[in-house]
Design a protein around this ligand. Sequence first.
Ligand code: NAI
Ligand SMILES: C[C@H](O)[C@@H]1OC(=O)[C@H](O)[C@@H]1O
Length: 256
Amino acid sequence: MYLPSFDLTDKTALVTGAGRGIGRALAIGLAEAGANVAIVARTPSDLEEVAAEIRKLGRRAYTVTADLTKKDDVERIVRSVVDQAGSLDILVNNAGMNIRSKALDVTEDEWETIMQTNLKSAFLLSQAAAKEMKESGGGRIINIASVGGAVALRTGVVYGASKAALMHMTRILSLEWAQYGIRVNAIGPWYFKTPLTEKLLNDPQYLGEILDRTPMKRVGELPDLVGPTVFLASDASNYVTGQVLLVDGGMSVYGF
Ligand SMILES: NC(=O)C1=CN([C@@H]2O[C@H](COP(=O)(O)OP(=O)(O)OC[C@H]3O[C@@H](n4cnc5c(N)ncnc54)[C@H](O)[C@@H]3O)[C@@H](O)[C@H]2O)C=CC1
Ligand SMILES: C[C@H](O)[C@@H]1OC(=O)[C@H](O)[C@@H]1O
């Protein structure tokens, strides 16, 4: 038999920014693949809605209300999940944000907020998760980056820099933690319609420019990200680590 398992039954996954958008889809998708899912967001009502969807699937849902820009919040997330679930097998660092300022206009506060949310919190959560995973024989960490970390986008230098750093952090952590059975990979989406991008994608001209740069001539649909995430979380990717999988309709290879 050659086909490895994509099944995540009885694995515990932690997804940040799971109250809406991509994170909500990944949390529910991981539950559909069999995982029990811990979800982190700032808004308790968002968390309860997603938890209800996960429980409808017969899976356990654990909620953690936290702001990833606050050190104390970040420090307690993994402990809270392990206390509730008893283990942690999969971490999806999804939470992220953007402030679309031109480089000449970027403020230091904007830099700090974007880097704290998109990069520093992902590192600190990965560090805390790896300490648990190391003791339990291994785990999977999946960082949600962006094509903006691989090619230059006009949607903000700080965002792009944070995502490029997240991609390279992925490679270095995979190198250090392979010995513990921890695989670390990243996914780099192009545009997907979520609250983060809805305003941009509702602009016909901007959407037209996006599609002109996208060989598949469409923006992403949320299941397009769930498949790669379940792949990287499951035994189906057991020899894959340190990789960045761009899920972009061909955009990043479109030279001319
Ligand atoms: N939507 C898109 O086209 C793309 C999104 N991405 C990335 O995918 C990830 C998810 O993006 P979307 O779902 O589109 O965004 P979104 O804005 O719809 O959702 C982001 C989630 O992260 C949470 N979050 C943000 N800051 C937080 C903080 N300080 N503490 C706790 N939670 C916080 C939000 O509450 C929300 O639940 C982000 O990392 C984003 O950079 C990457 C490429 C394209
Ligand atoms: C593809 C990018 O990540 C996209 O660009 C934006 O303006 C949003 O911030 C999305 O993240």
